[in-house]
Ligand binder design. Structure first.
Ligand SMILES: [Zn+2]
Length: 137
C-alpha cells in the first residue's frame, strides 16, 4: 500500500474526486499523521484563496464550458471544426464533468434510438482515441 500522498491527490480529496479506496487510506492516515494534516490544511486554504482568482471564478461560472446549443451541435457533428476541436478537448482532456453530464443528457433527448446509438458509438470511438494520451502521464 502506497502511503505517500501527492499534492494532486490531496486536491482531489478536497474536491471529492479521489477514488474511494484512496480516500479511505488518506482518511486513516490523517488521524495520526500531523505532517499530512498540515499539508491538507495548506491545500484547503490555497483553494479557498483561489476562489477569488480568475481561475477560480472561471471554474465556478463555467466560463470555459460550451453552451448547450454548441454541445448539441457538436454531438450532431454539425459544428465548425475549430469549435468542435475545442469542445472535444474540453470534454475529453479537461474531462469537464458538467459538460459530460450535459452531453449524456442531450444524447438522451435524441428522438431516434438508432440515431442515438450511432452517435454514442461515434462519440466514444472519438473519446477512445484520446484515452492513451491521458494514461501515458
Ligand atoms: Zn464544461
Amino acid at each position: 500500500m502506497d502511503t505517500t500522498f501527492t499534492d494532486a491527490e490531496l486536491i482531489a480529496f478536497l474536491d471529492e474526486t479521489l477514488g474511494p479506496e484512496r480516500s479511505t487510506q488518506l482518511e486513516n492516515h490523517l488521524k495520526s499523521d500531523n505532517v499530512l494534516q498540515n499539508r491538507l490544511l495548506v491545500k484547503r486554504s490555497q483553494q479557498a484563496a483561489g476562489l477569488h482568482t480568475i481561475g477560480g471564478i472561471w471554474q465556478r461560472t463555467k466560463a470555459s464550458c460550451p453552451s448547450r446549443e454548441d454541445l448539441n451541435s457538436f454531438l450532431k457533428e454539425t459544428l465548425a471544426p475549430s469549435k468542435a476541436d475545442y469542445i472535444r478537448f474540453h470534454l475529453i482532456e479537461i474531462g469537464c464533468r458538467y459538460c459530460q453530464a450535459n452531453s449524456t443528457d442531450l444524447l438522451g433527448d435524441a428522438t431516434s434510438k438508432k440515431q442515438l446509438n450511432s452517435r454514442r458509438e461515434r462519440f466514444f470511438q472519438t473519446s477512445a482515441g484520446y484515452l492513451p494520451l491521458r494514461v501515458e502521464k
